[in-house]
Structure formats: structure tokens, C-alpha cells
Design a protein around this ligand. Sequence first.
Ligand code: NAD
Length: 255
Amino acid sequence: MMADPSSRKVAVVTGGARGIGRGCADALARAGYDIALVDVLVPEMQRTAGEIRAVGRDCLTLEADVSLYQRAHEVVAEVHKTFGHIDVLLNNAGRSMPKGILEITEAEFDSTIAVDLKSCFNYIQAVAPVMLAQGGGRIVSMSSLNAHSGGVTAAVSRFAYAAAKAGILGMTRALAKELGPTILINAICPGLIETELAKNPVIVNRGAEIARDGIALHRVGRPADIAQLVVFLATSEPCFITGQDFVVDGFQYNM
Ligand SMILES: NC(=O)c1ccc[n+]([C@@H]2O[C@H](COP(=O)([O-])OP(=O)(O)OC[C@H]3O[C@@H](n4cnc5c(N)ncnc54)[C@H](O)[C@@H]3O)[C@@H](O)[C@H]2O)c1
């Protein structure tokens, strides 16, 4: 049986099928949120949905490519119709782009910007009217340490990804002013986190060495390290934090 719409808490998590998004969806469910997962990986999304239902929360799964504008508006309308409320949007879906400036094609550059940056515009524009009408809401977007560091040449993700992720920071600051005081919006910049996205030969083969020589906390991150901050930014009351970005990387100083 569906709960009273005004009493339930609902979070939309893009890229929630696996990795950081899966960890955040699980943590938000444990914090009492019903979850709408948005992803292109249907079997993985069903697995995550099963985990959320196992902790007693409702879970809606929506197959969608986050780079598609019209689809984002359809997805948000469906979530709103189903749950009657949207309290949290986590813009987490993203994809790496390891090619450098001399190798990348125009289409690859455009699609990196579409998946890693425009996706945030798509979902924020769709969700903002709902949150403004409700009188509150929280948005968290997943940027990257690369937005600050530019990555390194052996990185999984190079300049196009760094540009898209830095774009999220500008969008976050500007929208905090535009959508405040009703909606709080922040960004997280993870360092190296153990997920599919971070699997590249350099990291897989030299993981222990990288952690020992280049990370103050001597380990790479886990999705739970990011989920902890997502839950704080989504739930903390009162909250005087908006328009900010938070680096969560164990102090990665040598990459
Ligand atoms: N893993 C890291 O080291 C790291 C570091 C910094 C930032 N990030 C960012 O964190 C976020 C999550 O990354 P992850 O490491 O969990 O990666 P991941 O590849 O394990 O998971 C990403 C999820 O996003 C989904 N996704 C990708 N493109 C999509 C699209 N167009 N439409 C819908 N869903 C899509 C994937 O299917 C997948 O479920 C990304 O935005 C990534 O850029 C990751």
C-alpha cells in the first residue's frame, strides 16, 4: 500500500544501477527515502531495486538515457505521479572519457558534455518546479576531483570529462542563487572510488602503490564514502549549506 504522499520522502537517483549511485540509493533508502532509479542498465537497476525493497522502501525503476532532454521530463513526471513528492535529486549518472585533445572526435566530445553535464540541466529543470511548488528540495550533483585537478594523462578521464565536471560546479553555484532559499543544491567531487568507471589498467595494476604513495588515507574510496555525504546534504536539518562542492578523496595529492 502506498503511504500518504505528504509524509513519504522520495529521492531520484540517476545512474543508480551500480557503483556510487547504487551505494547512495541504498544509503538514502536506509535513511527512510523511497527511491526512483534512473539508468540504462536494466538488470543491474533491478538488482539495486531489490536491495532497496529489502530494506522496506518502495523503488521505481526507469530506463532512461540521462542525456535526453524530453525523456528527463517524462521520467520526472512519472516519479511525481507515482509518489506525489520529490524531495531529493541526485544527479549521479556519468561516464568517463579517456581520450586526449588530439584523439577525441567531435561526437565523443559532444556526448561527454551531454552525459556528464547536460544531464544535470535536464533533470534539474524537470524537478525544480515540483520542489518549488512543494516549498523545499535538495539537489546533489556528482562532479569529480578532475574538475579541480584536470586529472593526469594516464587518467581514466581527461579534459572533456574535466570540462563537463567543472561545468557542474558553475551550474551548482549559479542555481543555488536562482533556486534558493527553497531548494538547496550542492556538488560532490569524488577522488578515485572503487567502481566499474575507475577500472583502468594503470589503477588495477598499481592500485596499492597509488594508494600508499598518493593518498593520505592510504586507500582508494568506496561508494559508501560518498553516500555518507550525500545523505548528510540530503537530510540535514537545519542546513545552511548551498552552492558548494565537497572533495571526498582521502586527500589524493599525487595523481
Ligand atoms: N569512480 C570514480 O573514481 C569517480 C570519481 C569521480 C567522479 N565519479 C563520478 O561519479 C558518478 C558515478 O560513477 P561510478 O564510478 O559509480 O561509475 P559506474 O560506471 O560504476 O556507474 C555509473 C552509472 O551511471 C549510469 N549511466 C552512465 N551513463 C548513463 C546515461 N547516459 N544514462 C543513464 N545512466 C547512465 C551507468 O549505467 C551506471 O549505472 C559519475 O558521475 C562519475 O563521473 C566517479
